[in-house]
Design a protein around this ligand. Structure first.
Ligand SMILES: [Zn+2]
Ligand SMILES: [Zn+2]
Length: 320
């Protein structure tokens, strides 16, 4: 059974814990069953901002915001390179002390659940909690409320009666072309296994929600395949990212330029090639830029440039 909770209108005294959901959770715990909650945001807050000058605490090795963590210790952590620092008391730019945590992570949800269910055994399962597998299993088995960031890693647990997605959009906000398919499959899997699925969302009228609640796999498939076809994604076209990564942006530009020229020259007209010449990502002190290739059969082209790809330590290939 599905319950869709419209977060535009739902009463949520504490963020993402609507009255309707809390009522269902109370009933589930009362009959001795478990609740499994998904919220795909690690950390406590998303980022830390200076209220006075707008300074944002970024990772100095990546172009990503540092995430505020409060448990097990209070710190700023980069989710890409694991760079961490103590929670600052002041702004390094204006030296003000008006720092503001923006956004909302799973550790905050855990804190709020403890306020609502002070008697309940709550287990948070995410990669920030270092546990042996056995300890984690024990903790999950005895918990009444399970809280997880990742779809799929709690599926071996028994006695679950209520599965809730606290914010479906937190699952969708992953930049992968097949993310909706993964969500759909996971929700349907959970729905077959457990008795009640509760989905909280700001977009209750979306095609995804309609196909989930109506159990309409055929419509979902038709819709997804139509989208994949119009954007030339697999299974219609092969999709390959060729990444060039280095600490030196000039060297990246140079390699990309040569590689692109060669690919343009060798490729058949049906193969699409594009890259954003201005966009460099910075991860762990390295810059990166990618060439995207789409085509019905990329293998002949890739085998002619494999020397450049596989023997060049700056270049790597990801088949999507
Ligand atoms: Zn400031
Ligand atoms: Zn980083």
């Amino acid at each position: 059974m599905f319950t869709i909770i419209d977060l535009n209108y739902a009463r949520c005294p504490l963020p993402f814990l609507s009255d309707d959901l809390v009522k269902k959770m109370t009933e589930t715990i009362a009959i001795g069953k478990k609740c499994l909650l998904f919220f795909n945001r690690r950390g406590s807050a998303r980022t830390l901002l200076c209220k006075d000058c707008g300074y944002q605490f970024m990772c100095d090795r990546c172009d990503l915001a540092m995430i505020v963590h409060t448990s097990p210790s209070r710190k700023l952590l980069c989710h890409h390179c694991s760079n961490e620092s103590a929670l600052p008391h002041g702004c390094p730019k204006c030296h003000g002390t008006n720092l503001n945590s923006i956004g909302f992570g799973i550790q905050k949800v855990e804190e709020n659940l403890l306020k609502l269910f002070p008697e309940a055994r709550i287990a948070r399962i995410d990669s920030d909690k270092k546990r042996t597998e056995w300890l984690q299993f024990q903790e999950m088995s005895s918990a009444q409320i399970l809280l997880s960031t990742e779809l799929g890693n709690t599926l071996s647990i028994e006695w679950i009666d209520l599965v809730a997605f606290l914010l479906l959009e937190s699952e969708i906000a992953v930049p992968e072309y097949d993310i909706e398919e993964k969500i759909y499959t996971n929700i349907i899997y959970n729905a077959r296994k457990w008795s009640e699925i509760c989905i909280q969302t700001f977009a209750p009228k979306s095609d995804l929600i309609r196909n989930i609640t109506e159990g309409n796999y055929r419509d979902f498939l038709v819709h997804t395949l139509r989208e994949r076809k119009s954007f030339s994604y697999p299974p219609y076209k092969e999709l390959v990212h060729i990444w060039v990564r280095d600490t030196n942006q000039e060297r990246i530009k140079d390699i990309i330029y040569k590689l692109r020229n060669k690919l343009e020259l060798l490729k058949t007209p049906d193969i699409e090639l594009y890259f954003d010449r201005e966009l460099f990502t910075k991860r762990n002190n390295e810059y990166g830029q990618k060439i995207v290739l789409k085509g019905e059969n990329l293998s002949p082209l890739l085998s002619t440039v494999k020397k450049e790809i596989f023997r060049n330590r700056w270049v790597s290939m990801e088949r999507k």
